[in-house]
Design a protein around this ligand. Structure first.
Ligand code: HEM
Length: 214
């Protein structure tokens, strides 16, 4: 039996996922050991990364290959704005800045606007994660900080998608339908690994910041 591309991609990058998942910042966050403002630091970094990712999605919406992964229902900017306003109040914009790791991630996301496979790699790493482990993260955050819909964890709500398992299946079938030769498959897998690393670096920098403040 041949392995589908979506399965190969997952298998080839699962160790990278485990490194991301076990980053100290997330461990502290999930254990309820961070203040609401410290949680907001991650929301702020997400804001910059998703502004870039969603911007590239808009640019590539009409592209015959990359466009198959553009879903306006996934755009996160408005939800992140509500979350930031909930955590930091109406003047949230004045207190957030991208970290060095976020700037590196954003620069790479922007570069992939010229390479559909690279864009898909970053898109997959973020959105399939938000639709998977992200749902668990949201439930934990709701318990810890008491957020309801409307701000705080809106980033993790994807109401317009309907059933998340169904959407993820559709997404995986789009990955499987990509016409990639072996060399390009390996390049995409390599970019997913890079995306995990860049995202993990953001978390590591956040951990450093919250530890320094402790
Ligand atoms: C507390 C942190 C996390 C937990 C508990 C977690 C948990 C999970 C779980 C259980 C799945 C499998 C769900 C399924 O099979 O449907 C999953 C999938 C995934 N996660 Fe995470 N995750 C975490 C953090 C992250 C982070 C930080 C990223 C990205 C930077 C990420 C990216 C992904 C991706 C891309 C998938 C889809 C893999 C695939 O099926 O191809 N996750 N996560």
């Amino acid at each position: 039996m041949t392995t589908s591309f979506s399965e190969s991609l997952r298998n080839a990058t699962w160790a990278d996922h485990q490194s991301a998942e076990s980053e100290g910042y997330l461990t502290e966050l999930m254990a309820g050991r961070l203040s609401e403002h410290e949680y907001g630091e991650m929301v702020a970094q997400h804001y910059f990364a998703y502004t870039a990712l969603d911007g590239v999605s808009r640019e590539l919406a009409g592209h015959p290959v990359a466009g198959r992964f553009v879903f306006p229902e996934l755009y996160r900017e408005p939800a992140l704005e509500r979350d930031l306003a909930t955590v930091y109040g109406p003047r949230w914009r004045e207190r957030i800045t991208p970290s060095a790791s976020t700037e590196a991630l954003v620069a790479r996301i922007r570069e992939t606007a010229g390479w559909p496979g690279g864009y898909i790699a970053h898109h997959y790493t973020r959105y399939l994660g938000d639709l998977s482990g992200g749902q668990f993260i949201r439930m934990e955050l709701q318990k810890i900080y008491g957020y309801a819909r409307g701000g705080g964890v809106d980033f993790y709500f994807f109401d317009e998608l309907g059933s998340l398992p169904r959407f993820k299946n559709e997404y995986r079938s789009r990955l499987d339908a990509l016409e990639l030769d072996e060399n390009e498959r390996q390049r995409v897998i390599g970019e997913v690994k890079r995306a995990y690393r860049l995202n993990t670096d953001v978390l590591a920098e956040l951990f450093h910041t919250v530890r320094a403040a402790a």
